[in-house]
Design a protein around this ligand. Structure first.
Ligand code: THU
Length: 136
């Protein structure tokens, strides 16, 4: 699959998902989207909670949507948020992504103007623990 060809659509999906963010406490709206192995896009937003630690990130929502749709692999990830620096997935979400993505998986950071920066999951989470470490 030509993953780069999906960049614009993936970022657009992350941006649209950001509009749905439930972030009344931080006021920091985030949208994320993942491209699955079938070329489908799954998006999600952050969902905060009055019991603060119970909230979850946009990346977790997007992965949940992918799993529910039967997606098995994340081939690319887009994150959309408005901040002084490009927004990358938090540490916990890097590990969540690792479950479904290879080291080379591109992570595209975007804001309302579109693409800002490109990372790889392996760059964001080097020497990671993953499914292959567990006995089958
Ligand atoms: N957040 C995400 O949803 N994804 C990220 O990549 C960074 C942080 C959320 C969590 C919380 O709802 C808000 O942004 C502020 O941390």
């Amino acid at each position: 699959m030509d993953i780069a060809a999906h960049q614009t659509a993936l970022i657009a999906a992350a941006r649209a998902a950001r509009e749905q963010a439930h972030a009344p406490y931080s006021r920091f709206a985030v949208g994320a989207a993942v491209l699955d192995e079938q070329g489908r896009i799954h998006a999600g937003c952050n969902v905060e909670n009055a019991a603060y630690p119970q909230g979850w990130c946009a990346e977790a929502s997007a992965l949940s949507a992918m799993v529910m749709a039967g997606g098995k692999q994340a081939l690319a990830v887009a994150v959309c948020a408005v901040a002084p620096q490009p927004v990358t997935p938090c540490g916990g979400c890097r590990q969540k992504l690792r479950e479904f993505a290879a080291d080379g998986c591109p992570v595209w950071a975007a804001d309302l103007n579109g693409w800002r920066a490109t990372y790889t999951l392996g760059g964001l989470l080097p020497h990671s623990f993953g499914p292959d470490h567990l006995p089958t």
